[in-house]
Design a protein around this ligand. Structure first.
Ligand code: ADP
Ligand code: MG
Length: 655
């Protein structure tokens, strides 16, 4: 039965897009198994072209090739790939071994793309390497071998998938006479097993070695000469199930290749990481600053508070004040006003607030100290800031730490808690006569106002009713100059503010200040991250360029892989793995660097801000590595599809 038939095959090359130069003219020939055919002809007679067509490496021709009753033309691209892998073993004059793989790995390469397991592959590869006499060299790299040994590896690789046809294009072209003879013996022993061996040569001596000589001249067969009987052994045709290169195998291949170019890849990864590092640092800094600001604001301002004053004059110049309970002077509120405000929807409760500035003093034993501010205690005073003691109830007073220190001493100020002090307030009565309001008060606690500025040094806080009682004992009426309205929740603050303004009062919700600050910090963070993102783009382009160079550098390797049956998908996968690995590496470097930098910065800044200002979260780290890998994979798409699209024949031609 005919194994292989070339039917009416013609091919011509278009030179410079005009002239058609015929390379093959109506070639008709049949081959059978067990033949050792030499195709003999001068250089340029079209021998290689014919081999490439038979091997399914070139589809740009007229006529057809029939193999075991099936024509190449009727096969889909995938089937042609499988045909190359299962039926054909290619051997080239220049060996075409993959330089970064060992002898054993080169032989196992084609088998990677079949559904054999690793054990079987190893077993089979070792068997074949023993057959070609190279089992002792299987861990070497191709460049550690002589020419004859390299060709043996190529033969072993061609045999690895148990092909029916061996195509050898000038297999002895770069070998000396003795070595050539050994290689020809080896090819003959392969034919003996029932394989069709077709070699191409321009040497009569080499051609004479086979069982049949087909002479070619100028693209036509001019002679077909049988020297011996073909070998009659019947070879079982194999039908391995093809499969793609597994992702694992392609990653392994990628790691091997990246190691080969380890310096370059490391530099690229470091370069690529710069963009990620800057984005990560910007995000972390923004995160840290926001937390810091929120804490600062929350510790001084109550987000639910809407503070209300009556006359606009009183507010002037005090908008920026950030007193814990922003207490402002101005026109006093009447009971009617207060009811109006507490009646607004979603107002939880209201507080009367009054602030007496610079008119009061405290006497304790021999100390007599002036108060800067005597205020009513409000919800804004936080328990957690009370160093010792508690909030003042009736007839009690809360002193700021600094005022307590001035009354007592730096060391003993805490022991003031529980002591009685005398408070004096110098007021004018309704007749504008000076009057002193006096109260004996127990110190309920000392209160640390934090860094709210120099204005809050010497302050004391009492409850509104305490002050009211003290005033009434002097026949004075106390009216609040500020009302604090508290919302049920933060979302209602804006609507309460609107209602307050509509009622003719003046409000200043602290929540909106906080919202604004947060918005500004967010805006700054995103802006800076965006700018940092530009360096991300640059690193993406860099990775693209490097992969492009890699594709160009490895065009031959791609051709080799295609010649042993790799599909376009497999090629794409190899380059995809490389770009993903590169991105992963770069992301890991970036996270490590960002982490290091954030540690350093935090150490530097912790004294100034009292908190870690660069907050690199695990989420950001995952984000950094993910983005880096994604950018790299996207950048690799173009080069890898370029690599996959390369015509196998053209890529092998590439030097
Ligand atoms: P051989 O292997 O017998 O030396 P080839 O099959 O390699 O011959 O080439 C046959 C002819 O086709 C030669 O004249 C060669 O110059 C020409 N040829 C081969 N490949 C190309 C190509 N890609 N473009 C143009 N001409 C080509
Ligand atoms: Mg040739």
């Amino acid at each position: 039965m005919t194994l292989l038939e070339i039917k009416q095959v013609s091919k011509s090359y278009k030179l410079a897009g005009k002239e058609k130069v015929p390379v093959l003219r109506n070639v008709n020939i049949k081959f059978e198994s067990g033949e050792f055919v030499s195709i003999l002809g001068e250089s340029g007679s079209g021998k290689s072209t014919l081999m490439n067509i038979i091997g399914g490496m070139d589809s740009d021709y007229e006529g057809d090739v029939m193999i075991q009753g099936k024509t190449l033309r009727s096969m889909k691209e995938k089937e042609v790939d499988a045909y190359r892998k299962d039926k054909i073993g290619f051997i080239f004059q220049s060996f075409n071994l993959i330089p970064h793989l060992s002898v054993l790995e080169n032989v196992m390469m084609a088998m990677q793309m079949t559904d054999t397991n690793k054990q079987e592959r190893m077993q089979r590869a070792k068997g074949i390497l023993t057959e070609v006499g190279l089992v002792d060299h299987m861990q070497k790299k191709p460049n550690q071998l002589s020419g004859g040994q390299k060709q043996r590896v190529a033969i072993a690789r061609a045999l690895s998938n148990d092909p029916d046809i061996i195509l050898a294009d000038e297999p002895t072209g770069s070998l000396d006479r003795d070595t050539s003879e050994q290689i020809l013996e080896l090819l003959d022993s392969i034919a003996k097993k029932g394989v069709l061996v077709i070699t191409v040569t321009h040497s009569q001596r080499v051609a004479d070695f086979g069982s049949r000589i087909v002479s070619v001249e100028d693209g036509s067969i001019i002679e077909d000469q049988r020297l011996k009987e073909r070998y009659m052994a019947v070879k079982e045709t194999n039908e391995t199930k093809g499969k793609s290169l597994s992702l694992k195998a392609s990653f392994k291949l990628a790691i091997k290749n990246m190691r080969l170019q380890s310096k370059r890849n490391l530099l690229v990864a470091i370069g690529g990481s710069i963009g990620i590092v800057s984005v990560l640092l910007m995000l972390s800094l923004g995160n840290g600053v926001k937390t810091y600001m929120n804490n600062e604001i929350n510790s001084t301002l109550n987000p639910l508070l809407v503070d209300v004053v009556k006359s606009p004059e009183a507010v002037k110049g005090q908008q920026a004040g950030r007193l814990p309970n922003r207490q402002r002077g101005g026109e006093p509120f009447t009971e009617k006003d207060i009811n109006k405000i507490s009646g607004i929807n979603n107002v939880d409760h209201v507080e009367k607030v009054i602030t007496i500035k610079g008119k009061s003093n405290v006497v304790y034993h021999e100390s007599n100290k002036d108060l800067q501010v005597l205020g009513t205690v409000t919800d804004s005073i936080k328990d957690k800031n009370i160093e010792k003691g508690s909030l003042p109830s009736d007839n009690e007073v809360l002193l700021t730490t600094s005022f307590a220190k001035s009354l007592s001493s730096d060391k003993t100020y805490k022991s003031l808690v529980g002591e009685t002090i005398s408070l004096f307030i110098n007021q004018m009565d309704e007749q504008n006569q000076p009057v002193t309001v006096k109260a004996e008060l127990v110190v309920s606690g000392v209160y640390d106002q934090g860094n709210t500025g120099p204005m809050n040094d010497a302050n004391a806080y009492v409850s509104y009713s305490t002050l009211e009682n003290a005033y009434s004992s002097q026949n004075l009426t106390l009216l609040p100059t500020q009302i604090n309205a508290y919302a049920n929740n933060q979302d209602q603050v804006e609507s309460i503010k609107k209602a307050v303004d509509k009622a003719g009062f003046i409000s200043s919700p602290t929540a909106s200040i906080m919202k604004q600050v947060t918005t500004y910090v967010d805006m700054a963070t995103y802006l800076l991250s965006g700018i940092a993102g530009i360096s991300l783009l640059v690193s993406g382009i860099m990775i693209l360029v490097v992969l492009y160079i890699s594709v160009v550098e490895r065009t031959r390797e791609i051709g080799i892989l295609r010649s042993i049956g790799a599909r376009k998908k497999d090629i794409r996968r190899i380059f995809f793995s490389e770009s993903a690995l590169l991105g992963l590496l770069s992301g890991v470097i970036a996270v490590a660097a960002a982490w290091g930098i954030s540690l350093g910065l935090n150490n530097l800044l912790v004294n100034t801000f009292g908190t870690e200002l660069v907050q690199l979260t695990p989420g950001y780290m995952v984000f950094g590595i993910g983005v880096s890998t994604l950018i790299s994979v996207i950048a690799g798409l173009l080069p890898s599809s370029k690599a996959a699209k390369l015509d196998p024949m053209e890529s092998l031609r590439y030097e």
